[in-house]
Design a protein around this ligand. Structure first.
Ligand code: 3EB
Length: 335
């Protein structure tokens, strides 16, 4: 069978800031089979849609485990909206989009999220993965992550109104190489449940010492999926209350992060260790600030959190607070 597919637009992300975001066009013929959404780590940001593969490449150095994350399968390409490439499967909508970050990161995040919220209009937003160039860098004395948070919060408030916090998805926001901001979302037609960490202030209530606009995410999203559940656990790090625990000390940060993950697992109603007895396919992404921390982190996490049949991607990334060394996220897909 012949499929004519072409994806334009994402190749042009390095244009000057004053040019419009290139439109992405997907030309497709009928008869296309189901595909997985692949997030491939290691090279320059680009979306691809080929005969039997679709996904996004992201410039984060891979340290170990899988090269590609595949959480969702049986998807069908669903065209594009607001520059996001879309994929759907019974009631679910997934999308990925890029935004040049040559302009100020606040403006880039505002535009990326305005587009994301347009693409998901009328649906519930479950999960967003954010990749922010030079996340700890300063621009006019203001950290890029804080600028990103401000643009993102403004877009949510514009779209959802003053009580936007109740609708925030689970998320992660980590650094990446290159000059392109990226977001991947999962949305759907069913209202989800959000569970917060009882030992952390909700990020959307962080005090202003962490930035003028608090980060717009909830700690987890739980949504029915087939006969079971899908659970998205946001990027989890060494934070209690709203303060960083053990700045710069990997071992102590790993213990605190593991404790927060146990609390989230319990809060989600699946015991202490994310349903390790086999009721979920478990996906973890582990972000380390320093590649040299990999051996120690592997030993520690394999001793308690990780099991041999988990899907794990180890990445090197700058994290949203300069003093954080490790962040771990989980996605649990009910079997
Ligand atoms: C924290 O708990 C650590 O800004 O979207 C984790 C997950 C973190 C998501 C985000 C930030 C974000 O505040 C950082």
């Amino acid at each position: 069978m012949f499929h004519a597919l072409s994806v334009g637009g994402f190749r042009d992300v390095c244009r000057p800031a004053n040019e419009r975001i290139p439109r992405m066009t997907v030309v497709e013929k009928a008869g296309r089979g189901a595909l997985s959404l692949e997030i491939e780590f290691g090279s320059a940001a680009a979306a691809y849609l080929e005969d039997s593969r679709a996904g996004l490449r992201l410039p984060l150095p891979r340290l170990g485990g899988e090269t590609t994350e595949r959480i969702f399968s049986s998807l069908r390409p669903a065209g594009e909206a607001a520059g996001f490439q879309l994929f759907s499967a019974d009631g679910w909508l997934l999308g990925c989009g890029l935004q040049p970050a040559t302009e100020a990161p606040e403006a880039a995040a505002l535009e990326l999220y305005r587009r994301l919220l347009r693409a998901t209009d009328g649906r519930w937003l479950y999960r967003v993965w954010n990749y922010v160039p030079d996340i700890n860098g300063l621009r006019d004395g203001f950290e890029n992550y804080r600028a990103f948070s401000a643009g993102r919060a403004q877009a949510f408030e514009e779209a959802f109104g003053a009580d936007y916090r109740r609708k925030l998805p689970a998320a992660s926001a980590v650094g990446c190489l290159g000059g392109t901001m990226a977001a991947i979302f999962v949305a759907g037609s069913q209202a989800p449940r959000h569970v917060e960490n009882p030992e952390q202030i909700s990020a959307y209530h962080y005090p202003p010492k962490h930035g003028p606009s608090p980060p717009s995410f909830s700690r987890s999203t739980i949504v029915a999926h087939g006969g079971g559940k899908l659970i998205f656990i946001s990027g989890t790090a060494a934070i209690k209350g709203h303060e960083t625990v053990a700045p710069g000390a990997l071992e102590a940060q790993l213990e605190c992060t593991l404790d927060n993950l146990r609390l989230m697992s319990r809060a989600a109603g699946i015991g202490e260790n994310f349903g390790a007895s086999g009721e979920f396919v478990r996906h973890f992404k582990i972000y380390l600030r320093r590649a040299g921390d990999l051996p120690a982190a592997m030993v520690r996490l394999k001793r308690s959190l990780l099991r041999p049949d988990d899907q794990v991607v180890w990445l090197q990334a700058d994290l949203c607070r300069a003093e954080l060394d490790v962040e771990i996220e989980a996605t649990l897909v009910g079997k």
